[in-house]
Ligand binder design. Structure first.
Ligand code: AMP
Length: 304
């Protein structure tokens, strides 16, 4: 069983012991409802560190007033079982009051890259993310922190915060784990009805269609977008955004030709019963061999 901490002071004592033993610490921050995507991050941390800490905290600060904070899935016992099966050493799962006592007055805000893509549609979201992540990073004092490529903008925002504030934790991005048909694993997939789940396959298909053309040498944005949108059109889907952006500076959008270091990112609402489920996904359009392999994997899953 992993050691489970709900109070900061007890958790800090544990971290101090790890430091005294000179154990390297790997950190995987999560909001729980863990799945194989989270498991991949925990496994990688386990491989690369002596001590792995997983946090479970549904952070109210990163949800907008009309978003799903109250109904966000909470599956604590399953989460602990999964963490135990991988062998992570500790879980930090504080309450909201423990994280943000009454007099909590600080907000961490990264400008620029938080204003595009998801940031343009979810005001305040990334301030909530950076505030909680920096607070957690300061508590855990990890050598390495593992974040999923699925939330690509989040990774870039956290990397910028770490660079600007000279934090010593290394940020490691782990490739997206996907279902058999290419859909990126997400805690929110469980909101999808069977019909909506079928329609959701258009999201990885739209990325795979562009990736396929890219691997054939296409760099024209209009052509790549056309192929991508064709997959969405089959289900009458209109994305919230579908954009080619520069990886090292997400504020730069490619309108004509994609350059080196391109990410294609999508946010798509899917109607499911009486609600709308917001899915995000992305692919890095780079020809290096590891990335090419992951593009080929996505293409073969999406068009199997
Ligand atoms: P969340 O619990 O949604 O806040 O996610 C916690 C971490 O798991 C984040 O770094 C996510 O990017 C990562 N994650 C979520 N889904 C996946 C996935 N399908 N593949 C890889 N990492 C993921």
């Amino acid at each position: 069983m992993p050691l489970v901490f709900t109070r900061r002071h007890e958790f800090l004592k544990y971290i101090k012991e790890q430091k005294e033993k000179r154990n390297s610490i790997g950190f995987v921050p999560t909001m729980g409802a863990l799945h194989a995507g989270h498991a991949q991050l925990i496994k990688q941390s386990k491989n690369e560190n002596n001590c792995t800490v997983v946090s479970i905290f549904v952070n109210p600060k990163q949800f907008g007033p009309t978003e799903d904070f109250a109904k966000y899935p909470r599956t604590f016992q399953n989460d602990i079982d999964l963490i135990e099966s991988i062998g992570a050493e500790a879980v930090f799962c504080p309450t909201v009051e423990e994280m943000y006592p009454n007099n909590f007055n600080t907000q961490v805000s990264v400008s620029g890259i938080t204003e595009v893509l998801c940031g343009a549609y979810r005001p305040g979201h990334f301030n909530g993310v950076t505030t909680v992540v920096l607070l957690l990073m300061n508590l855990v004092q990890a050598d390495r922190m593992y974040l999923g490529q699925k939330d690509f903008q989040q990774v870039q925002v956290v990397k910028k915060m770490v660079l600007d504030l000279v934090h010593t934790t290394n940020i490691i991005m782990v490739p997206t784990v996907r279902e058999e048909d290419g859909l990126a694993l997400s805690s929110r997939n469980r909101y999808l009805s069977p019909e909506a789940r079928q329609i959701a396959t258009a999201v990885p298909k739209s990325l795979a269609a562009a990736a396929k053309l890219f691997l054939q040498g296409e760099t024209n944005v209009t052509k790549l977008l056309k192929a991508s949108r064709q997959e969405l059109n089959k289900f009458q889907l209109e994305p919230q955004y579908l954009e080619f952006r520069k990886i090292s500076d997400l504020t730069i959008k490619f309108e004509n030709t994609i350059q080196e270091e391109t990410v294609l990112a999508i946010a798509q609402f899917i109607d499911s019963n009486d609600s709308k489920v917001r899915l995000i996904d992305n692919v890095i359009l780079d020809n290096n061999s590891t990335n090419k392999q992951s593009l080929e994997d996505l293409i073969s899953r999406a068009f199997r």
